[in-house]
Design a protein around this ligand. Structure first.
Ligand code: TRP
Length: 454
């Protein structure tokens, strides 16, 4: 496919390719594994409401900002700030992004490894006729082991590294285009199945009916963190992807479409998980294991469940892969373009370093489960701090940069593709990135930390 960005850099080939690749980054374990477990722990319907609020108030403006920055600068995260703000400290956003990428990939690869184990289990018919209690026991037995969880994590990191090494178009675009729509279809089928289970309506009520008494500032922070995590924002991954987007692509529509796709996937996952939880008497506050108990239970009780299980875990692993490549890409782009090492070396060193850190996340369910930092296991600490601290912080700096530093003219120019398109609601967009999004993020931070009180 021809280079379309016109700058001699690798780029996305088509409009659908743009959407598919960015949606591939956004849709992943965040939607299907993390969203249901965090929503279950934080009040169901009340959490859903806050989550959607954060997607609108913070998610869309930050996503647009990242795409604007990346396409303007024609560079990856760190390099973009160096180009657009030479000699200024904004490169800290790029540096923060590298840290976030490490932290996220370390624990994400643990869970992605679990999906590989579950492909094998479903292929060997291990899901037959078990109850949810038995699935819980099997799951806990598996994750507390020292060998297989580590082996799968390493296999997954290896797959990620191979695809990143193959490059932008051939790797990312080809996979996302075919398999993401298949996942969507499967998820819809499962949602219908789950909603029609006996007792399913009660789960639906838990998921969509907001119980306002459950809302605390801590819950708001977690909703904000989940929104950022799920949309892949706050780390500069979408700055890198923005730089691959053709100059004639309408960034605002792209951001809207991806946000709808990603949020839709999370809500569909909720529509599968919560009815099933209530029907099969699983605890909504089960934690990170939730999806790995609920989904197998659904399959074990479903006609053709074995086949659905294989497809589901396979597509979930692929969805995770299209997400992890966008995270590793942040590290590799930095290392190869900034430290001037070859892309091959950058990929090998980067993925080995991340896998090394990731081992501790995986073992924190087993031999290292007693190691606690701030009262959390290593896995929990990485999971919590990346979504709830690092990404919102990155998001805050990104909107401040776009709103106050990049310059109205540059922002308008990117949104209008050099005055070719009419930009509607430009004033509103500027107001949101300058005031609304930063104030909301800072306020939620300070409130949930208990720093301000009324
Ligand atoms: N959004 C992905 C998911 O939901 C995870 C992810 C990929 C991500 N790239 C990211 C999160 C960049 C934050 C930043 O599974």
């Amino acid at each position: 496919m021809a280079n379309v960005s016109g700058s001699g850099r690798d780029g996305f080939g088509s409009r659908f390719g743009v959407i598919a690749a960015i949606a591939g980054s956004a849709v992943g374990l965040g939607n299907i594994w993390r969203f249901p477990y965090v929503a279950g722990e934080n009040g169901g319907g009340a959490f859903l409401l806050l989550y959607v609020g954060c997607v609108l108030a913070i998610g869309i403006p930050v996503m647009m900002s990242e795409l604007i920055i990346g396409r303007r600068a024609q560079s990856y995260a760190f390099g973009s700030f160096k180009k657009l703000a030479p000699g200024k400290p904004w490169t800290i956003i790029g540096a923060l992004g590298i840290v976030s990428a490490f932290v996220i990939l370390a624990f994400y690869s643990t869970v992605a490894g679990w999906t590989l184990e579950y492909i094998v289990q479903s292929l060997t018919g291990a899901f037959h006729g078990k109850t949810s209690a038995e699935f819980k026991t099997t799951f806990e037995g598996f994750i507390s082991g020292s060998w297989w969880p580590l082996i799968w994590q390493m296999v997954f990191m290896f797959l990620t590294a191979i695809i990143v090494y193959m490059g932008v178009q051939k790797g990312i675009e080809k996979w996302s285009k075919i398999l993401m729509p298949m996942l969507l279809v499967l998820i819809i089928v499962l949602a219908v199945r789950s909603l029609t289970l006996p007792g399913g309506m009660e789960g639906l009520k838990f998921f969509i009916y907001p119980d306002f008494s459950k809302i605390t500032w801590d819950v708001v922070l977690k909703a904000m963190g989940q929104a950022a995590f799920s949309l892949s924002i706050g780390m500069g991954a979408l700055i890198t992807y923005g730089s691959y987007i053709p100059k004639n692509n309408k960034l605002s529509s792209t951001a809207f479409q991806i946000t709808i796709a990603d949020t839709g996937m999370a809500i569909l996952a909720g529509l599968i998980v919560f009815p099933a939880i209530f029907s099969y008497h699983i605890n909504p506050t089960e934690g990170p294991g939730l999806a790995f108990i609920v989904f197998p239970t659904i399959f074990s009780q479903m006609p053709g469940g074995d086949i659905f299980a294989v497809f589901f875990f396979f597509l979930l692993a692929i969805a995770s892969l299209t997400s992890t490549i966008s995270v590793l890409e942040v590290v590799v782009a930095f290392a190869s373009e900034e430290l001037k090492i070859t892309r091959k070396k950058a990929t090998i060193i980067g993925s080995l370093a991340i896998t090394f850190v990731g081992v501790f996340c995986t073992l924190s369910f087993g031999v290292m489960s007693d190691v606690k930092i701030f009262g959390k296991t290593i896995f929990d600490l990485f999971d919590y701090s990346s979504a709830n601290i690092l990404l919102p912080l990155g998001a805050l700096l990104i909107v401040l940069f776009t709103g106050w530093f990049l310059g109205k003219k540059n922002v308008r120019d990117e949104l209008s593709n050099g005055s070719l398109l009419k930009v509607r609601l430009f004033g509103a967009f500027l107001f949101i990135v300058r005031f609304i999004a930063p104030v909301v993020i800072v306020f939620v931070f300070l409130k949930s930390l208990g720093i301000i009180n009324f």
